[in-house]
Design a protein around this ligand. Sequence first.
Ligand SMILES: *Cc1c(COP(=O)(O)O)cnc(C)c1O
Length: 378
Amino acid sequence: MLLVSEPIVGEEEKAALADVIDSGWLTMGDRVRAFEQAFAEAHGAADSVAVNSCTAALHLILHALGLGPGDEVLVPALTFVATANCVLYVGATPVFVDIESADVPLMSLADAEARCTARTKAVILVHFAGYLPDREAWQAFARKRGLMLIEDAAHAPGLRQVGTFGEAAAFSFYGNKNMTTAEGGAVIARDAHLLETIRQARGHGMTSGTRQRLNARTPTYDVTMLGFNYRMNELQAAIGLVQLRKLTAWNEIRRALVAQYRRALAEYCPSVTAPFAQPRTSSFHIMPIVLPAGANRQEVIGKLRDNGIQTTIHYTPVHLMSLYRELFPAVRLPRTEDFAAREVTLPLHPRMDAGTVERVATTLARAVQAEATAEAVP
Ligand SMILES: *Cc1c(COP(=O)(O)O)cnc(C)c1O
């Protein structure tokens, strides 16, 4: 089965893990610190904080920014549920915003503007599929309204522009992301003081960690704020250090595969559209396509599966999930809903080559064609 994504791990990661075991120190220590510095450097940032997931990273950012009950946070609904969940974690209210269009399925600035109230405090931008929104436009909007800008950069590691939009950015190293630590995440923040607050809140709000106390003369610590246990461990950091060295090359392969996909789709299945037709800075995290209106998506997905090709859907919109329907029953986002109903995500990862892309595109063309023919029969 050709998978939508797969982690690329091998001998180097095994050796790095063996080194951690041999070192006798498994919990957050020198490797986590080295990973934080290397990750920051890769993004042109002064420092970063490593955590055990992007969800934890988002929670820490919202917590450290002081968002809470009574505050509204603008979020896209075309995202993974964690983007909205983290708003609920701090007691604030997520306000769902529609996408711009099926071609640019990023949060619409006009709709964000329309949904602003006196309680709106922040915006969480999601770099959907790896493509970056218009930074200057969002910064101007945030300045005008006095809003904080937060990046959910789970799809976009390895781009220098990421982490420069606003207050802070959250990254994910889950197994299906552009680089992985099995589970893991990181935070980059503009303000060094904010980043240090996040660093302390990551470890129970303690003033020092176990590893630091090993080298200190006084073995005590204080707790000066409410914190969490969102630490990364040495095994994760060891994998992360290896993966980070390959990230740029992997993102380049992704770019070439996406260009190949665009050519092949235009040639074999012109009724299918690929969003982001215009060039835009991207880490090319996933390959979303939009089926023609009226096509039976389940049939197309089934035909691809019969041919050994896995597909997924990005995403079932968050406001349509049962939990969120119950909490916010009145939300209507027509462009998001239409996009999500027709979207299919094709396989995209650096182990693929031009031949694999060709096979997916031709198989998709047959599936869509068979679908259209079946529809035509009365
Ligand atoms: C994967 C993902 C997350 C959550 O990442 P975890 O590391 O699994 O917590 C959040 N937001 C988006 C957009 C994601 O794709």
